[in-house]
Design a protein around this ligand. Structure first.
Ligand code: TRP
Length: 455
């Protein structure tokens, strides 16, 4: 059976960066930065992306290309059936992420409509808006249908084509918005908050969140890159591809901050962290721009967000779909629609958890904490901040001690003849054996205990 493959190297890079660049960069990153004290968080995030995550990206892509299999099948193909639990955990994690992601994407899509109709007062009614469950679910379903439609077309005709159209448009919209944001009065205060670090803000919680954010933002730790890597050929230079994906993702998160903080500070609105940040702050700013400019800039911004989100949801859906297609020979179209439907159902409690249903809104209180958190935050804590870094940790252990570094080097050098013996090789090998397992492992354990048990 033909599993499909990316047609061009650029296609793969765009699709993988498209997966990386998403709500994580533009919706989640800003509120993580403001909760984490601004530049202090930014610095940790950047360090984690380049030092800890880069070797994991390279490893995932190499495993995928070597086996030409999905996230679970890859481990079996390598004869390490016992290790396929890494893939299983990854598929589960992807399903969880996509379930809440689709709800947030539904908010975004709904906001495009609100901005087009000039309804800026929505900013004050965000709490009411997210509890209009019928409306939110309508947009979430629309979003999921679009995602499923793209994935059902397959790797080249669906995923690659969509990325080739959406990614360049995204970059153009971002540039327009930055130029605009930097011309606003007081934008400099925002830049200072964002770029001048206050190191006293760094603590374990901030480090744990920065690590979770790095993994989430790079779509790492759950086999997404194993899956996409399985659709590329031997000529692909994995190191260069991984570098481009990291730079694009980090670059766009960084640029999003350059748009958002000047906007926030010039509006004089207090930086209120939390998932509502962009939804509560932005429409107010757009309103001040006057009806015409406000509508244009406002709808452009939320369209940007929808574009960014869709290339990410596509990649999240592809992971379980590819597993069903490879391992159970289920027809692609059929598995796409079934998986999409199940994930929508799992997403419903998240949609109800923003105040609508008390049970989901005050879902659980972790040991040693006094405030309950809602269902959506619980899923975010479990998937992003726990399963992803843990998955990344296991992948480095797997590569260095089970698959062996020699095989990793062989795989990478197929598209990169000068790799063996190079400094990059030494660095990757050293870090997947020592730095990644040690640091990933310890931050993971510490934040896990801290988050869930208040230790
Ligand atoms: N990286 C995406 C974002 O920043 C989200 C995402 C897409 C993701 N695919 C993933 C996160 C796989 C983890 C794993 O919005």
């Amino acid at each position: 059976m033909n599993r499909g493959s990316f047609n061009t190297r650029l296609g793969f890079i765009l699709a993988a960066s498209g997966s990386a660049v998403g709500l994580g960069n533009i919706w989640k990153f800003p509120f993580e930065v403001s909760n984490g004290g601004g530049a202090a968080f930014l610095i940790m995030y950047l360090m984690f992306c380049f030092i800890l995550c880069f070797p994991v990206i390279v490893s995932e892509i190499a495993i995928g290309r070597n086996t030409k299999k999905n996230a679970i099948g890859a481990f079996e193909k390598m004869g390490k059936r016992n290790w396929n639990f890494i893939g299983k955990m990854g598929v589960l994690c992807g399903v969880l992420i996509l379930s809440f992601y689709t709800i947030v994407a539904g908010w975004v899509l709904g906001y495009v409509v609100e901005m087009v109709s000039g309804n800026f007062s929505i900013a004050d009614n965000f709490g009411v808006y997210v509890n209009d469950t019928g409306n939110v679910l309508l947009y979430s379903v629309l979003f999921m249908i679009t995602t499923a439609f793209i994935v059902s077309k397959g790797v080249e005709e669906g995923i690659e084509k969509a990325a080739k159209i959406l990614m360049p448009s995204l970059i153009i919209i971002i540039i327009i918005l930055i130029v605009y944001a930097l011309t606003l009065p007081n934008s400099i205060d925002g830049i200072i908050f964002y770029l001048v670090p206050d190191f006293s803000q760094i603590n374990l919680t901030v480090a744990g969140n920065a690590l979770g954010q790095a993994f989430f933002s790079l779509s790492l730790g759950m086999g997404m890159l194993i899956t996409y890597g399985s659709y590329i050929d031997e000529k692909n230079n994995i190191i260069n591809s991984a570098a481009l994906i990291t730079l694009t993702d980090v670059g766009i998160a960084f640029l999003a901050g350059l748009i958002i903080f000047p906007f926030v500070f010039s509006s004089g609105i207090e930086t209120q962290g939390g998932p509502g940040l962009i939804f509560q702050v932005f429409p107010k700013i757009f309103e001040d721009l006057g009806p015409l400019t406000g509508t244009v800039i406002g709808s452009t911004f939320f369209i940007l967000l929808s574009f960014a989100a869709i290339t990410s949801t596509v990649s999240l859906l592809e992971v379980p779909v590819s597993y069903l297609v490879d391992e159970y020979k289920v027809e692609r179209k059929f598995s796409v629609w079934i998986v999409a439907f199940i994930i929508l159902l799992i997403g419903i409690p998240s949609a109800l958890s923003q105040g609508k249903v008390a049970y989901f809104s005050e879902f659980i209180t972790y040991f040693g904490h006094d405030k309950p958190i809602d269902f959506m935050q619980f899923i975010i804590d479990v998937s992003n901040d726990t399963l992803l870094p843990f998955g990344g940790f296991l992948i480095t252990i797997y590569v260095s001690f089970v698959w062996k570094k020699r095989n990793l080097s062989d795989e990478i050098s197929k598209g990169n003849p000068s790799y063996k013996g190079s400094l990059v090789e030494k660095y990757i090998n050293f870090s997947i054996t020592y730095i990644c397992p040690l640091i990933l492992g310890s931050i993971f354990i510490l934040t896990f205990l801290n988050k869930f048990f208040g230790i």
